[in-house]
Design a protein around this ligand. Structure first.
Ligand SMILES: [Zn+2]
Length: 391
């Protein structure tokens, strides 16, 4: 017991006291799956209740519950079939598969964000990278999709996927929700539920699971609306920010927007709310920071994205929540694929009434076995910006 570090002692205690058990233990276990024991289940429920207090009760983002399996069309439209992938390479001798980009990074010390598969293959060959396990030669680089695939009904004709995030239902239900909210923007909706990602090698305890609970909120806003009505309540809250390409520093939410570090009040508002939530579940403020995604690592749908990261002794800074401005990407994608009209009508003061697509949400991933997305919306404005077009 004395040779265990703090993390190992906590995990040992969690097992002994009935918080967390590796799932399917009597069959040897399957990595990436955990059971919550009696105390773990009630702790998880407490955390979810705190999340609901912040986002459902206080912000008024009503909850929905949607199926966790969806037909292929949904994930073709959302981009997950083509983009929710990692580059892999397999050992020709022992047939273990590895992340090609990680092998290149480990061999060369360079980050490979945005590299093509051909570039990764060339770099592996150039540096003579071999299988880390047995030293065998490596095959070509191929694409591994992190979604669990299944079939809906008998036969193999109807392909389905287990959802990799809870957000898509909120986009698909846009018209129902818009009616429910009496056709007024902005409105928010949330969902707490299971999501599934077939991670390559989940090793960080409950931080990276193949089946996990996620809490997401999506807020649909008028793209012309840049000021959040509740911003004064968070304006003076200090946030530790690591903007892309700049030094880490602490700024109030108000300063972050005024200095142009965070693109608008909506995003900064939900970052502040996220910090309050994390502090409420017991994470000290000095262990919380927000890191802006580089363009090359940004999810395929996001125009701007900040991760709330929490410092852990064992794993360093760990992503807990993602707060993204998704623009109208999702609604547009589902409009094109389904033929449904997923738009809001906003009557501006101009002489003519203009019909606009609106929308904008975000998401956040929440930590141990529990991920959340806080939402946000985005502006068509982004589209006009130099980088905005290439989502
Ligand atoms: Zn090998």
């Amino acid at each position: 017991m004395f040779d265990l570090d703090l993390y190992e002692r906590v995990m040992e205690l969690a097992t002994r006291r009935g918080f967390l058990w590796p799932a399917y233990e009597i069959y040897g276990g399957v990595s990436g799956f955990y059971d919550y024991g009696p105390l773990g289940a009630s702790m998880k429920k407490n955390i979810e209740d705190i999340w609901r207090r912040h986002f459902v009760v206080r912000e008024g983002f009503m909850e929905i519950f949607s199926p966790t399996i969806g037909p292929e069309e949904v994930f073709l439209a959302s981009g997950h079939v083509s983009s929710f992938v990692d580059p892999m390479t397999e050992c020709r001798k022992c047939h273990q598969a590895f992340r090609a980009d990680h092998l290149v990074r480990d061999a060369t010390g360079t980050e490979t964000d945005g590299w093509s598969y051909e570039e990764l293959e060339a770099a592996l060959a150039r540096h003579g990278v071999r299988c880390p396990s047995c030293g065998g030669s490596l095959g070509e680089v191929w694409s591994y999709n992190l979604m669990f695939k299944t079939h809906i009904g008998p036969g193999s004709g109807k392909v389905g996927y287990l959802r990799p995030e809870t957000a898509q239902a909120m986009f698909i239900l846009f018209n129902r929700l818009y009616d429910f909210y009496r056709k007024k923007l902005p409105f928010g909706v949330s969902q707490l539920g299971k999501a599934y990602r077939n991670e390559i090698s989940p090793r960080q305890g409950v931080i990276r699971l193949r089946e996990f609970s996620q809490a997401e909120a999506e807020i649909f806003v008028d793209p012309k609306e840049k000021e959040h009505p509740g911003f004064e309540t968070v304006r003076d809250l200090p946030l530790t920010l690591v903007p892309d390409g700049a030094e880490e520093g602490t700024h109030t939410a108000g300063e972050a927007v005024e200095k142009g570090m965070v693109c608008h009040q909506y995003l900064a508002y939900y970052m502040a709310l996220t910090q309050r939530f994390l502090e409420d579940v017991g994470i000290p403020r000095e262990r919380i920071r927000f890191r802006q995604h580089k363009r090359t690592e940004m999810a395929h749908y996001a125009a701007d994205c900040w991760d709330a990261e929490v410092y852990t002794d064992r794993f360093g800074w760990v992503e807990m929540v993602g707060i993204a401005d998704r623009t109208d990407y999702d609604l547009k994608a589902h409009m094109e694929a389904s033929g449904a009209e997923l738009t809001a009508f906003v009557q501006y003061e101009e002489p003519r009434h203009v019909k606009r697509k609106v929308i904008e949400p975000d998401m956040a991933k929440l930590g141990p076995a529990f991920r959340k997305d806080a939402g946000q919306v985005l502006e068509a404005l982004k589209k006009a910006s130099p980088e905005g077009g290439d989502l």
